[in-house]
Design a binder for this molecule. Structure first.
Ligand code: LLP
Length: 453
């Protein structure tokens, strides 16, 4: 059907949506709603597309690249396996995500561990699993990782996360000297104490228990303009050259983070991996030439761009209510049709948290009715419980209709909650005409299991 739907979606002659060759009516009957539905072939296709595009583009300028799937977008054991089978590594951001990757038998060497406040337990687990890289985020943490590595008698492979002053997201990027956020260490000098990033890199080099792999930068999420990646890469490569001058160590690796933007609405244009890979590769090759340094090996960490479009959420409509509203200026009145579904902000917090826009369609049948301006809402006890702010739906939308929201694969399940004691929906994979449960639906017993009475 085209973006924002996964590549494996289509409509049957009677109007029903199919995904991965499976009729959504059958999915709803078998697994219930709400449900997260994941198109396995689409996930694999995007994972491959990112890997092959970046390998080709960076190969063409004479270096290599590793693609880490950012598990925070959605991590289940099967999803981690798919990523690995498609030649990706896995980026984790907590002990829990690390546990999923390990359960999926992703080799430790192919796992990265992030986080601005990792616990001793998380760091030890990473060291014991032999993770390929721990991305350190502060001076305190450098000391902590060094102490724990000494305790275990190992050398910890680390990258230092830096802030380049380049923020991106949406359609533009901005560059500032000092970013006002918790992640990373600024490349820009502070007073007469020098640059926090340089100080951290030098601190790592002083520790025999640490091996400095390289420099990491992540500039934002849902980025649709590749200029931000190039601007940040330039800053990181300059820092790498400065470090070589100061210490004699030219680090081997540079990670440019994730953030590759996708289509959420019909008409949105996602970043094209081939295009963006070529732009970044050519740009970093030029920068290294200007700096007179060899090219490092690169890595990237896309999450949303791999799993976002592969997912949709299937709901059942419960109530339909026309509400007469006046526009903000107190002017003309119009009718907005409130369509309530059987989930809401507990299975997708993004509209409430970020004002994120989504697209929805009635997917269990066709309709010849005109469309009306609708707002899809959930069943939670607050008016901000919005699933889709604004969408045209058939005027005959009614209780019992199946409704799907597109492109919910990333940051839907992974940010889900049990607000109002709603059980979290299952994650159902579809492929080749069959469905299987990756994560089962929570039950009331699950919800009560932790309650000690
Ligand atoms: N690498 C690092 C270090 C990150 O912090 C992130 C996202 C990624 C990779 C993956 O970014 P992606 O390719 O998925 O954009 N919850 C928000 C997004 C927060 C992302 C945080 N870090 C959302 O729902 O839009």
């Amino acid at each position: 059907m085209g973006a924002p739907w996964s590549s494996g979606t289509g409509r049957l002659p009677d109007g029903a949506l199919t995904v991965g060759g499976v009729d959504v009516r059958g999915l709803a009957a078998q697994h219930g709603t709400p449900a997260y539905v994941l198109d396995e072939a689409d996930f694999r296709m995007r994972a491959r597309a990112y890997r092959t595009a970046f390998e080709a583009a960076f190969g063409a300028v004479g270096t290599g690249v590793d693609v880490y799937y950012a598990g925070k977008a959605l991590l289940t054991v099967a999803v981690a396996r798919w990523a690995r089978e498609e030649g990706l590594r896995v980026d984790t951001a907590s002990g829990g995500e690390l546990a999923v990757a390990l359960r999926a038998e992703v080799p430790g060497a192919g796992i990265g561990l992030h986080g601005n406040n990792k616990s001793d337990a998380e760091i030890l687990r990473a060291l014991d699993a032999g993770v390929g890289r721990i991305i350190v985020d502060s001076l305190v943490e450098i000391e902590r990782v060094a102490r724990l590595a000494a305790e275990r008698g190992v050398v910890a492979p680390v990258m230092v996360r830096v802030t380049t002053g380049v923020h991106a997201g949406g359609h533009e990027y901005i560059a500032t000297a000092h970013e006002d956020q918790k992640f990373g260490l600024s490349v820009n000098p502070v007073g007469d104490t020098g640059s926090p990033a340089m100080n951290a890199l030098l601190a790592v080099l002083k520790h025999p228990e640490l091996k400095l792999l390289g420099i990491h930068s992540h500039i934002g999420s849902q980025i649709l303009d590749p200029d931000g990646f190039e601007a940040a890469a330039r800053v990181v490569l300059r820092l790498r050259a400065d470090l070589a001058e100061r210490s004699g160590v030219l680090v081997d690796e540079v990670d440019l983070g994730g953030g590759y933007g996708i289509a959420y609405l019909p008409g949105d244009v996602a970043l094209d991996p081939e295009r963006v890979a070529k732009d970044i590769a050519q740009s970093v090759a030029g920068v290294c030439q200007d700096l007179g340094t060899s090219l490092p090996r690169f890595s990237i960490e896309p999450g949303r761009a791999i799993v976002g479009p592969a997912g949709l959420t299937l709901y059942t409509v419960g109530t339909v209510k026309p509400v007469t509203v006046s526009d903000a200026g107190g002017g003309a009145e119009f009718v907005r049709t409130y369509v309530s579904v059987d989930g809401g902000m507990s299975d997708n917090i993004r509209p409430a948290l970020y004002g994120a826009a989504y697209h929805a369609e009635v997917v269990g049948r066709s309709s010849a009715a005109d469309t009306v301006l609708a707002r899809v809402v959930g069943k939670h006890c607050e008016s901000g419980d919005i699933v889709v702010h604004e969408v045209q739906l058939p005027a005959d939308v009614r209780a019992g209709d199946l409704l799907a929201v597109a492109a919910t694969g990333a940051y839907g399940r992974s940010m889900a909650s049990n607000y109002n004691m709603l059980p979290r929906p299952p994650v159902i994979a579809v492929s080749d005409g069959a469905s299987r449960v990756l994560v089962r639906r929570e039950s009331e017993d699950d919800l009560l299991a932790l309650d000690q009475g």
